[in-house]
Design a protein around this ligand. Sequence first.
Ligand code: NAP
Length: 326
Amino acid sequence: MRAIQVTRPGGPEVLEVVELDLPEVTPGHVLVRVEAAGVNFIDTYQRSGLYPVDLPFVPGSEGAGEVVAVGEGVEGLAAGDAVGWAFTTGSYAEYVLLPAEDAYPLPGEIELDMAAAVMLQGMTAHYLVTSSHAVKPGDVVLVHAAAGGVGLLLTQLAAARGATVIGTVGTEDKARIAQQAGVHHVIRYDLMDDIATQLPQAVRRFSPAGADAVYDGVGRATFDGSLASLTRRGHLVLFGGASGPVPPVDPMRLMRAGSVMLSRPILRDFLATPEEREWRAGDILHGVLLGDITVRIDRGLALEEAADAHRALESRATSGKVLLHP
Ligand SMILES: NC(=O)c1ccc[n+]([C@@H]2O[C@H](COP(=O)([O-])OP(=O)(O)OC[C@H]3O[C@@H](n4cnc5c(N)ncnc54)[C@H](OP(=O)(O)O)[C@@H]3O)[C@@H](O)[C@H]2O)c1
């Protein structure tokens, strides 16, 4: 089968097209033909070595496709079933071997591209608004990169829970896209000379007390501004570092910022049981099917274009989901 392989950490150029043997179906696993693989920032962190992984490896932890073989002991899945997944590295390939518990049976009506686009970023947005900081009506939340993959979904879910959403974006086009997704107030942080001081001022023009929660997946470039944008006892949810990792933080800064909270969550800890996974995946997929959640697919590329996909994501050129089609 064709696959993308990384043999050494580095830039997008280390994503090489290779021929690999088809994985053998092992007990507790299903072999899936990948229709679409989702491209996520975590793939770039693993490729660059920021998140160390054993080499060589086939990147991509998300996708959707069709089960072609079922291993011993697997119940409830059969050849021909459509499944989505968000946790199994190896998705940038024609076939992937999934642990059965990571293969989520898809409702028949959902398109595989749509499922691949929403599994990881959708469940992320879901836990961020329900569990990291449970958004309630009247909350003011600041969403960074609001026109990004997670950002667009997070905006919709937070607005649906009754929050006023302030969103940062990097271009005028992204401002329009974020507003269509439900951002009430857009901030162009790319035009700021000093995000740390100008961002909190901009936020307080819309909400004088500051934001109840800040969802920050941008990281290094925005962290100081995020902390200063919070209301007293607000919550900074740092969930990624698209601009780079945040340096160590002195806990006294949280006191000085108004007895605020800082958390640094990751999706896998919010899919801790089959019930929790069912809840989040079910809410997201049914939200898409009912039309309550709109998914924006920025681009779909061929598997061989994986390096271009990473370049686009890392250069802030995308707005919404990037998919690879093996
Ligand atoms: N913790 C978790 O469970 C979890 C799960 C999924 C994703 N994440 C995190 O969520 C964040 C967003 O992921 P995504 O896949 O949806 O990506 P994305 O938001 O579609 O892309 C990242 C966006 O970040 C903004 N950005 C600002 N400064 C940047 C810089 N220096 N370099 C690159 N981007 C920059 C850009 O938007 P503008 O042009 O508008 O600034 C860019 O489009 C990432 O940090 C990712 O690691 C975390």
